[in-house]
Ligand binder design. Structure first.
Ligand SMILES: [Zn+2]
Length: 602
């Protein structure tokens, strides 16, 4: 049965976000854009004089901050109009207009970055002593520009690099075209005996099917498609890595990892501590796989069996209204001020909930400073819907607390900390649901399995990816060629270590590296693992009401980007340079595996 999708006009207002909080109308948006263009050309008068004196720097940086705020607000209005209904020509027109203006602004404002990055920290200190008003912008200026001083090339050379950016992006673009466009997986017979095209969405559904033959055929078709173009994938990945190594060498970094982590103010020992500690705790993943093998009665058990449900699928259903109530109840442990924030979110037009014709898929949160956070969802009444609401609410509440406590220049949160608040909520929701369903064996087993798989699929698997990525880069830096064969070997060896003896790894599964887009994001994946481990640890402390844990967490939520990421997380009570937070997170995993084992009578 196919449920007909609503058109945008048919969606009731209470399920739509209220964009009038940004601009009263499209006309008001257009006139704000004209005002912005005028401000932009006024700003250009600062060119060549940004660092003349403390006063000129303060004037320029506060104008930059204003312009950034305005362009973000304009951009979000246009993209929200477009995302909510891509079939609406007005939305398409608005997004086109703001994209042009934003690109112009980037070019017209670029002198600011160049002039500020030319300052040494000592020169900046002198300007700040002359103009104390700069103090408020110190973190913003130092973190984003001045600390890069020693890694900047002379202006003419930076210009050559900027002009080559499309060439450097070529390998990633080729990868995306092939992976998301040209690669086809063919047709497959589904559970109802119907021939359907194997899309990525169906791949995800079929790999969780209770029908083992369907899981196997899905896996076979997927691997077959990848194997046919494996050498091309090896070439796009190695070319991309060559480019990253070169750019970092040119900017005076010893290695690609040093340069990429420097960009996010993360020290390399955070990376090494993660991998070494996850490796010491691999027995959890091995135990879970052995339990799965035993419970499903499979010998041998393959990779395509790892997502099959252990006790059937209880098909949990939650409406949007019920989910909001459950999220409020689950997050009560975060205190009254947090619940107040959530009530604003749930009742004041922050969320665009319903699915409709032409709406962008998935979900996201976007906060506009001086306005409020917005959330886009494509609601469906299931466990995933409920979890996504808790997740995006975590982002929204971090923005809500940060925007109320930080000036706009410190209101963005750094990438390293961005997923902590969202996954802390997911973990708290899980604790709450497990307690609530303590007497329902089927639901409890389903929840435990979800939580264990999410943890392993995030902390362990992303640590494995991080290890793969780093070893591949080290090969490139030693001047060794990356071929499909040696990438398969590298991936296969790691996979065998992580999956453990209960899983028989078919050689074909060793090419799993080929379709992973995140290897083109340059030392990015490790942050999924660190975030999930931090969030698991924090949620566990908050849930168990460890004294001081909640207050520290609130301090973190209010801090935005006012300090370096490692310092921000320290405020929440976690030191990511030491292994303790990982040990604590794995203790939670071990506890859940033991509970599941007991529940299954194994
Ligand atoms: Zn998120």
């Amino acid at each position: 049965m196919v449920k007909k999708q609503l058109t945008r006009a048919e969606v009731p207002d209470e399920l739509k976000w209220n964009l009038k909080d940004l601009y009263e109308s499209d006309e008001a948006f257009e006139s704000a854009m004209e005002t912005f263009k005028t401000a932009l050309s006024d700003f250009e008068k600062n060119e060549g004089h940004v660092t003349d004196s403390g006063a000129t720097l303060l004037k320029s940086v506060s104008e930059v901050d204003q312009l950034n705020n305005t362009v973000q607000r304009l951009y979000f209005y246009a993209s929200a109009r477009n995302d909510s209904d891509t079939t609406d020509a007005t939305g398409t027109k608005l997004i086109g207009e703001i994209q042009t203006v934003a690109a112009q602004a980037d070019t017209q404002m670029s002198f600011f970055e160049t002039e500020v990055a030319a300052l040494t920290e000592a020169q900046y200190d002198a300007l700040e002593a002359e103009e104390p008003g700069l103090k408020e912008y110190r973190r913003f200026l130092v973190a984003n520009f001045i600390r890069r001083h020693d890694h900047m090339l002379p202006l003419a050379q930076e210009k050559i690099l900027a002009a080559s950016s499309k060439v450097f992006a070529g390998a990633e673009n080729t990868f995306s075209m092939l992976n998301d466009g040209d690669l086809k997986f063919g047709e497959i017979e589904d559970e109802n005996g119907e021939m359907v095209e194997l899309t990525r969405a169906r791949m995800a559904v079929f790999s969780e099917s209770t029908n083992r033959d369907l899981r196997k055929r899905t896996s076979d078709l997927t691997r077959k498609a990848y194997d046919a173009v494996q050498r091309t994938f090896a070439t796009t990945l190695s070319t991309h890595m060559d480019g990253t190594v070169l750019k970092n060498q040119l900017h005076h970094f010893a290695t690609a990892r040093e340069g990429e982590l420097f960009g996010n103010e993360i020290s390399e020992d955070v990376y090494d501590t993660l991998i070494a500690t996850v490796r010491e705790h691999l027995d959890g993943q091995h135990k879970m796989n052995a339990l799965r093998k035993d419970a499903l009665g499979l010998d041998p058990m393959y990779k395509y069996d790892l997502w099959a449900p252990l006790l059937g699928d209880p098909k949990l259903k939650f409406t949007f209204t019920e989910s909001k109530e459950l999220v409020l109840e689950a997050l009560k442990v975060l205190g009254d001020d947090y619940l107040d924030g959530l009530k604003h979110e749930f009742t004041e037009g922050w969320i665009d909930a319903a699915e409709n014709v032409g709406k962008r898929s998935g979900g996201y949160e976007n906060a506009v400073y001086d306005v409020h956070p917005y959330i886009l969802l494509n609601w469906s009444d299931n466990f995933d819907g409920l979890t996504t609401l808790a997740h995006e609410s975590g982002h929204a509440m971090q923005s809500y607390f940060t925007n109320a406590n930080q000036p706009s220049q410190n209101s963005d949160y750094p990438i390293f900390t961005a997923e902590i608040a969202s996954t802390t909520n997911e973990n708290l929701l899980m604790d709450f649901l497990l307690e609530k369903n303590a007497d329902n064996k089927e639901i409890k087993a389903y929840l435990l399995q979800q939580s264990i798989q999410t943890f392993i699929g995030t902390v362990n698997t992303q640590a494995m990816f991080a290890e793969f990525e780093h070893q591949a880069y080290q090969q490139v830096e030693k001047g060794q060629a990356l071929t499909a064969d040696n990438l398969d070997e590298l991936y296969g060896t790691l996979q065998a270590d992580y999956l453990g003896p209960a899983v028989s790894v078919d050689k074909k599964a060793n090419s799993g590296w080929a379709g992973i887009p995140h290897f083109y994001y340059d030392y990015y994946v490790y942050q999924y693992a660190t975030s999930m481990a931090i969030a698991t640890t924090l949620a566990d402390r908050i849930y168990r009401k460890v004294p001081g844990a909640l207050d520290k967490y609130k301090t973190f939520l209010k801090a935005g980007s006012s300090q370096a990421p490692i310092e921000l997380i320290k405020q929440a009570g976690v030191d990511v340079t030491s292994r303790q937070y990982l040990d604590d997170a794995f203790a939670v995993l071990d506890k859940r595996i033991a509970e599941l084992k007991e529940l299954l009578g194994k």
